[in-house]
Design a protein around this ligand. Structure first.
Ligand code: GDP
Ligand code: IMO
Ligand code: MG
Length: 444
């Protein structure tokens, strides 16, 4: 029997943990890299020497030659963005061929009216719909993610990638869809000419024609690859605390962005991954609205943002920053079935006299809990209970082995390991591939 090794990479916080860097690193050990959830709301950064790539839709594995990259059925695909990404990567010398990139014919299509709806609803919610609990907007990326997944669940007005390959069918669907969508957008205050089904159908059929060589039944393709002994790396987008079912609802994204999304988003029956690498920052960040118990809005947060260059890869928004919340990470590790941890951006914490780790929450009724509250209203009332550890002054970006780290950095990592009861197999001390400290033998 062939020994297989399939790995899942998943974010354990609110996104931007450094998944792109770890996917790039682990791609070397796998044949296939698969995105199973989300869409162009993701922004995964990979730094290779003096080259920096920010990828939104295509699996980060595309940067490694001779690997297969798959956009699974659980992803929502903006064809215009996908073509732009293919063109930009090809211009930079990345070889993308119909064999190296497969796009699911069942992935749902993000249309322009989804993006307009996303932006218009956010606008309405932040300007007029202030209830007792304040602004109800989510702070989305405005990439049309929510409305596209809503159409998928609603069914009748949804379009899947395979349908872009049939222009007359597409036009007849859009005749109905545009009439309804125009009324909805008008109700949301969008002042624009009615959506024109003919021109939309023409444009999207052209996108379909260009993408046709990549569009296929990825479910059979992936099952064939697994049966043939190829090893698969699952690239999670967004992160566990943004998962539609298990995150801080309603301040979440619209897919199962924990590793629980893998089977449904790929069509591979579980068990899918032999190991699940949970990616966490050495502190916490969040973009968009929603509760964040350990957020530091003063000097500390500013310092983390500055040192970590914490500005969104997709929207450029400044990320909210704060101390490490281990209650949240432990919860995510449980949901995702993490078998090991990659602790990222440890270098950002150099220069703090003291570091804090949140190990429990105090609740409004005076009780204390070490369990996460995956509901925004309840989490809002949680006050962090901190443990304080000594910091270190040395810059650590040129460390090449774990033993190069200062004692207090090692103690910080040890404490995280014991609180999570999981090994930290990877420590990252800078954005580049080389700035990675791996535990001996952790890659089998
Ligand atoms: P992803 O969405 O999880 O892939 O993460 P992003 O790419 O959105 O954000 C992570 C950012 O941190 C990127 O700019 C990375 O280049 C950068 N990064 C990754 N690892 C490290 C690290 O160990 N140290 C520092 N300073 N930056 C890192
Ligand atoms: P990566 O893969 C950080 C956040 C948005 C917003 C909420 C809903 O780069 O880690 P959406 O546009 O999905 O409807 O927005 O989710 N969000 C992310 N935050 N990193 C991401 O992806 C995110 N994807 C979505 O900021 O708060
Ligand atoms: Mg990101």
């Amino acid at each position: 029997m062939t020994l297989q090794r399939h790995t899942a990479v998943t974010g354990l916080q609110w996104g931007d943990e450094g998944k792109g860097k770890i996917v790039d690193l682990l791609t070397a050990d796998h044949d296939v890299v698969v995105r199973y959830n989300g869409g162009a709301n993701a922004g995964h950064t990979v730094v290779i020497g003096d080259q920096k790539f920010a990828i939104h839709l295509i699996p980060s594995g595309i940067l490694s030659p001779e690997k297969t990259s798959v956009i699974g059925n659980g992803v929502v695909v903006d064809p215009e963005q996908l073509l732009k990404e293919i063109d930009e990567l090809q211009e930079r010398g990345i070889d993308i061929t119909p064999g190296s990139l497969l796009v699911s014919d069942r992935a749902h299509v993000v249309m322009p009216y989804h993006k307009e709806h996303d932006a218009a609803l956010e606008r309405v919610l932040s300007s007029t719909a202030k209830g007792d609990e304040g602004d109800l907007s989510i702070g989305t990326t405005k990439r049309g993610i929510g409305p596209t997944y809503a159409d998928k669940v609603h069914r009748s007005l949804a379009i899947r990638m395979g349908e872009l390959l049939d222009p007359s069918h597409l036009e007849s669907r859009l005749n109905v869809i545009c009439a309804i969508r125009t009324r909805e957008l008008t109700a949301l205050g969008v002042v624009a000419p009615p959506l024109d089904p003919q021109s939309l159908a023409k444009m999207y059929a052209e996108f379909g024609a260009r993408l046709a060589p990549y569009i296929t039944d990825t479910v059979y393709a992936l099952n064939d690859m697994r049966r043939d002994g190829q090893s698969i790396l699952f690239e999670g987008a967004n992160a566990c605390l943004l998962d539609i079912d298990h995150g801080t609802f309603p301040y979440v994204t619209s897919s199962n962005s924990s590793s629980l999304g893998i089977p449904a988003g790929t069509g591979l029956a579980p068990p899918c991954a032999d190991s699940v690498v949970g990616i966490m920052k050495a502190y916490t960040t969040r973009v968009g609205a929603g509760p964040f118990p350990t957020e530091e809005i003063g000097d500390i947060g500013e310092r983390i943002r500055e040192r970590g260059k914490e500005f969104g890869t997709t929207t450029g928004r400044p990320r909210r920053c704060g101390w490490l919340d281990i209650v949240a990470v432990r919860y995510s590790a449980m949901i995702c079935g993490a078998t090991s941890i990659a602790c990222m951006l440890l270098d950002v914490l150099s220069g703090f006299d003291e570091l804090k780790i949140c190990t429990a929450y105090m609740l409004p009724d005076g009780s204390k809990t070490d369990r996460f509250l995956p509901d925004a209203r309840r989490l809002l009332g949680a006050e962090p209970v901190y443990e304080t550890l000594p910091g270190w002054n040395e810059e650590i970006t040129s460390a090449t082995e774990r033993s190069d780290l200062p004692g207090n950095a090692l103690a910080y990592l040890d404490r995280i390991e014991s609180l999570l009861e999981l090994p930290i197999d990877i420590v990252s001390v800078g954005p580049e591939r080389t700035q990675t400290l791996e535990a001996a033998g952790c890659r089998g």
